[in-house]
Ligand binder design. Structure first.
Ligand SMILES: [Fe+2]
Length: 463
C-alpha cells in the first residue's frame, strides 16, 4: 500500500475490531527527520576473539554456546542446544523443577560439520518434552566437574488472557554495540526473544574465521539464550554461499547450530515454521527460500493460516528478515517479491503485526491494507513489547518499546527518522483515521533514550 505520509504522530482506530494507537510526544510533526537522536560514538566494530565476552567455560569439554528454543507448537517443550569442543560427550540433559534435583532426563542428538578447513565442535540438540506450563525448570548438561547448570521458565498455557512479554532482536552481530544491546535486553524483563535474522555476521570473515565467529557468537549470547528461548528466523547473513571457499550449501552453519520446532507445525523445513506461545500465534518465514506459488513455503503458509485459532491466540504475528516495505535506499525493494506473494494473505488473515530486520534502521509503518489492522515494524537490533492482557471483553494492549543498538550505521542519524514517519519518496504507507495522540517514543539500547513507543489495542480477540 503506497500513499503519502502526512503525520508521524497518529492514532489508528479500527472501530470494529482493533485500535492501534500511535502516541506522539511532539504534537503534529510532518515527515522527514523526526528525531534529534544522534547515535553514540560507541565503536561499531567486532569484539576481538580474546575478549571476555567470548570466554570459553572452564573445564575439559565443558558445554558452551548453550541456547534454548521452543520445542513444540504450544510451549510445553524446549530444545536445549550446546557445543562440546574436545570430544562428543553425552547428548543428555538432566532436568527438574528444583535446583540441583534432576529427576528427569532426555537424550538428544549430536552433529557437526566442516566449513572450508574449519571443523565445528560437537553440536548437541536435545528435546525436553511434556513440560508443565508456567513452571521454572533447572537443567544440567555436561559431565563431572565440567557440567553446567541453567534454568528456564515455561510460558503460561495458551489462551487469550495469557500475558507475555516478548523481545525482538535482529541483526545482532558481535560488536561492542551488540554487547550493549544484550546488556540492555537483560534488564527489559522480556521472557522470550523473537529473532528476526542475521545472527553472527560470521560470513563477513574468510576461511576458518567464519566458523570461529559462529562459535564466539554462540558464547556471546549464552548468558541470555541459555535461560530463555530465542525463536529463530534466518537472514541473508545465514546463507553463506561461498563457492570460492568450496562452500555452496546455503544455511549450512545456521541449520547445524540453531534448531527450530518446524515439524510441530507440519513444516518441511527448519527455515519456516510457527509456534503458539501465551496469547500469540507466531509465524516465521524465510525471506531467502522459495515462496512463490506451489513452493513448499507457500503451501505450508496457506495451511498454517487455517490453523490459527483467534479464540486461543488472538495475536497473530509474522516474522521475516527482509521487510516487505522499507524506505532504505540500500535495500530498495528487496522485500517486494515476498510482498507481492504474501501481503494479500496477511491482510485477509488479519495479521496484527509483522516484524522484520535487515535494514539496520528502525521503521514503523502505518496500517496497511484498506482499513485492516496490519502494520509493519521494521527494526534493527532490539525492540520488546509487553502483552499486558489479551482479554476478549476488556481492553487488550500490546506495548512496544524499541531498542536499537549494535550494527547501526554511523553518521546517518536520518535513518532513525524513518521510525516515526516513513520515507515518502520510496514507500509511503497509507495512514487512516490519524489523530494526534500522546507519546511516541523510540528507545535506543545503549543510551536508553526513548524515541518511539506505541500501543496496539485489541478490542476483540478475533480480528
Ligand atoms: Fe540482513
Amino acid at each position: 500500500m503506497r500513499g503519502k505520509v502526512t503525520s508521524r504522530s497518529s492514532r489508528f482506530i479500527l472501530v470494529i475490531f482493533t485500535a492501534i494507537t500511535f502516541l506522539s510526544y511532539g504534537g503534529r510533526v510532518y515527515g522527514g527527520i523526526t528525531s534529534t537522536f544522534i547515535r553514540s560514538e560507541w565503536p561499531s566494530v567486532d569484539i576481538p576473539f580474546d575478549n571476555e565476552a567470548f570466554a570459553v567455560p572452564k573445564g575439559h569439554n565443558a558445554p558452551q554456546q548453550v541456547h534454548i528454543t521452543q520445542g513444540d507448537y504450544d510451549g510445553k517443550a524446549v530444545i536445549v542446544s550446546w557445543v562440546t569442543s574436545d570430544a562428543p560427550g553425552l547428548s543428555i540433559v538432566n532436568f527438574g523443577t528444583s535446583p540441583g534435583r534432576y529427576t528427569l532426563s532426555a537424550e538428544g542428538t549430536m552433529t557437526n560439520y566442516t566449513f572450508h578447513d574449519y571443523k565445528s565442535g560437537y553440536i548437541h540438540h536435545c528435546l525436553l518434552e511434556g513440560l508443565k506450563y508456567d513452571t521454572k525448570y533447572y537443567y544440567k548438561i555436561g559431565e563431572g566437574e565440567s557440567s553446567r547448570e541453567f534454568s528456564f521458565q515455561t510460558p503460561p498455557k495458551i489462551g487469550p488472557d495469557a500475558p507475555y512479554k516478548f523481545g525482538i532482536i535482529g541483526d545482532l552481530g558481535q560488536t561492542y554495540n551488540s554487547l550493549s544491546t544484550l546488556e540492555h535486553y537483560m534488564h527489559s524483563g522480556a521472557q522470550a526473544v523473537l529473532f528476526v535474522g542475521d545472527l553472527s555476521y560470521a560470513d563477513r570473515y574468510q576461511y576458518n574465521d567464519v566458523g570461529l565467529r559462529w562459535d564466539t557468537w554462540g558464547r556471546f549470547i549464552e548468558k541470555i539464550a541459555a535461560y530463555q528461548p530465542w525463536l529463530w528466523s534466518a537472514g541473508n547473513h545465514e546463507i553463506e554461499y561461498m563457492p570460492y571457499m568450496g562452500e555452496v550449501i546455503p544455511f549450512k552453519s545456521y541449520l547445524h547450530r540453531y534448531a527450530t520446532p518446524y515439524l510441530a507445525s507440519k513444516s518441511s523445513s527448519p527455515l519456516w515454521y510457527a509456534v503458539r506461545r501465551a496469547s500469540a500465534h507466531i509465524i516465521v518465514l524465510s525471506s531467502y527460500s522459495p515462496f512463490v506459488k506451489y513452493t513448499p513455503q507457500w503451501m505450508w503458509l496457506r495451511e498454517e493460516f487455517k490453523r490459527v485459532d483467534r479464540e486461543k491466540t488472538p495475536w497473530l504475528i509474522v516474522l521475516m528478515h527482509a521487510p516487505i516495505y522499507n524506505s532504505n535506499n540500500a535495500h530498495f525493494m528487496e522485500g517486494e517479491s515476498m510482498r507481492s506473494v504474501f501481503e494479500s494473505w496477511f491482510v485477509r488473515n488479519k495479521v496484527d503485526v509483522v516484524f522484520a530486520g535487515h535494514v539496520h534502521a528502525y521503521e514503523r509503518s502505518y496500517s496497511v491494507g484498506r482499513g485492516k489492522l496490519w502494520i509493519i515494524a521494521s527494526c534493527i537490533q532490539m525492540l520488546y513489547w509487553v502483552i499486558i492482557k489479551s482479554d476478549l471483553f476488556s481492553t487488550c494492549r500490546i506495548k512496544y518499546l524499541f531498542l536499537c543498538g549494535a550494527r547501526i550505521l554511523f553518521n546517518q542519524p536520518r535513518l532513525l527518522g524513518f521510525c516515526l514517519s516513513m520515507e515518502q519518496d520510496i514507500f509511503g504507507f497509507k495512514s487512516m483515521g490519524c489523530r494526534v495522540g500522546d507519546a511516541c517514543n523510540l528507545v535506543t539500547s545503549h543510551l536508553g533514550v526513548v524515541l518511539d513507543n506505541y500501543l496496539l489495542t485489541k478490542l476483540s480477540s478475533k480480528k
